[in-house]
Write a protein that binds this ligand. Sequence first.
Ligand SMILES: *[C@@H]1O[C@H](CO)[C@@H](O)[C@H](O)[C@H]1NC(C)=O
Ligand SMILES: *[C@@H]1O[C@H](CO)[C@@H](O)[C@H](O)[C@H]1NC(C)=O
Ligand SMILES: *[C@@H]1O[C@H](CO)[C@@H](O)[C@H](O)[C@H]1NC(C)=O
Ligand SMILES: *[C@@H]1O[C@H](CO)[C@@H](O)[C@H](O)[C@H]1NC(C)=O
Ligand SMILES: *[C@@H]1O[C@H](CO)[C@@H](O)[C@H](O)[C@H]1NC(C)=O
Length: 514
Amino acid sequence: MTMSQLLDYAAIFFLCVLTASSLDTFTAAVYEHAVILPNATLMPVSHEEALLLMNQNLDLLEEAITSASKQGAHIIVTPEDGIYGFNFNRESIYPYLEDIPDPQVNWIPCNNPDRFGRTPVQERLSCLAKDNSIYVVANIGDKKPCNASDPHCPPDGRYQYNTDVVFDSEGKLVARYHKQNLFLGEDQFNAPKEAEVMTFNTTFGKFGIFTCFDILFHDPAVTLVKDFHVDTILFPTAWMNVLPHLSAIEFHSAWAMGMGVNFLASNLHYPSKKMTGSGIYAPDSPRAFHYDMKTEKGKLLLSQLASHPHPTAVVNWTSYASGIEAPSMGNQEFKGIIFFDEFTFLELKGVTGNYTVCQKDLCCHLSYKMSEKRSDEVYVLGAFDGLHTVEGSYYLQICTLLKCKTMDLHTCGDSVETASTRFEMFSLSGTFEAQYVFPEVLLSGIQLAPGEFQVSSDGRLCSQKPLSGPILTVTLFGRLYEKDSAPNAFSDLMAQALRVTLIVVIPIVYSLGW
Ligand SMILES: *[C@@H]1O[C@H](CO)[C@@H](O)[C@H](O)[C@H]1NC(C)=O
Ligand SMILES: *[C@@H]1O[C@H](CO)[C@@H](O)[C@H](O)[C@H]1NC(C)=O
Ligand SMILES: *[C@@H]1O[C@H](CO)[C@@H](O)[C@H](O)[C@H]1NC(C)=O
Ligand SMILES: *[C@@H]1O[C@H](CO)[C@@H](O)[C@H](O)[C@H]1NC(C)=O
Ligand SMILES: *[C@@H]1O[C@H](CO)[C@@H](O)[C@H](O)[C@H]1NC(C)=O
């Protein structure tokens, strides 16, 4: 063997070691699962009945996991509530729960199923991961007994948690995350006392995990990205779509872009509750997404992603808009409601134009050019700067271009799914105080527009080419986390008024989910 041959061998050997120890890219899978619900969710059933139902769902998840593995996926995400469904109370969820240990115990349930009591669901998930050599992400329920020595212990003597678990490709439990921001009516579960920041390392990047409604809040979601520098977020969800700004594929892809991370969103498939919309999102663009209100079928998505997505350029979200001289359009403005929040709107009158609309400290600026100004569709530019207080309390700053439902301006902000107006270009910006802004572009038929727009470092959301479909909305969805709690000076009278409002809206939102 010559020296150069030796070197070649060494190089090849070295390469192999390198590939084994770290991957530049990986294949991600998410499964939109058509969940089988229990027959009765308000009456407790036996452990055996509960397990029977969970195994029916696990049979379907097994098909998806096996298929994803055969297609080379390194990791698969399955939805929140994907194993036992939803609509439980504290007692009726109990037979579905298992004690889930801290991952530090270093446990492969598939190899050692009896180590922590009765845990058949964890055993099956672990074996699915191990037998298919794939990371499996699932959502199940955890129970932790407590007693009077703990002043917060619930009267029934246990904490119950909405819990994500991750098993690595050898079947080991590597992550357990208890959902922090429970949705309105999710009374069967407790929130942990402090937000859990759960991360784990792999040969294909660093991962963080959170669940559904968590995405609207700072902890743990923003902390995972900002302070723990994860590459990819795992996101099991049971998301009910709310147009114009909170449809699953729209908002989740916007979060990935706004935060500069990969985002793997797996939703339940339950069209009668408006649950559909899963995707694999990179920071620069969606890689795969699925939205289907027509069939009852589940759907497996796969796509390749960078293990360490390039850091996105720092955006100053107020830079461009704060330099715009705003012409006064005050006399043409009108108010309208989007998901219980009162926006200030301005109608787009021409085929092309520059408009500015302001609310409180936020001024939104839009330049646009339509292909034609249709006589049967109205678009508006809208601004909202305020605390949303319905299914949760969160401070929003939003600039939005949207199509009104009908020609009647009172319908601006109502849910609408189709449009016909094509845009040659748009550029949307705002004087945001919010540091975190999520850029949304949603086309007719609830479609995303991968590669058709970008965000510039001075805070403009701009089209890169004429859009491939008519626009439903182009939105900068800003979150000002610092202002989430209502000010102390809030009078009792206001609080009382709020409670009355809540009593009216809770039944509406309660039927929503998240
Ligand atoms: C629900 O009820 C139907 C009809 O009574 C039965 O066939 C099915 O097995 C039940 N499912 C579960 C999970 O108990
Ligand atoms: C109460 O719970 C603590 C820990 O949670 C445990 O150490 C203790 O033994 C329990 N006491 C009783 C009386 O069960
Ligand atoms: C992941 O790896 C990084 C550096 O390699 C290390 O600092 C960090 O503690 C690891 N995190 C976990 C959760 O293992
Ligand atoms: C963002 O831009 C504005 C306006 O140009 C400027 O006043 C501000 O200092 C910038 N913020 C940062 C963090 O650079
Ligand atoms: C909008 O503003 C841009 C630059 O600020 C200008 O080039 C364009 O002519 C304006 N369009 C209209 C319709 O006023």
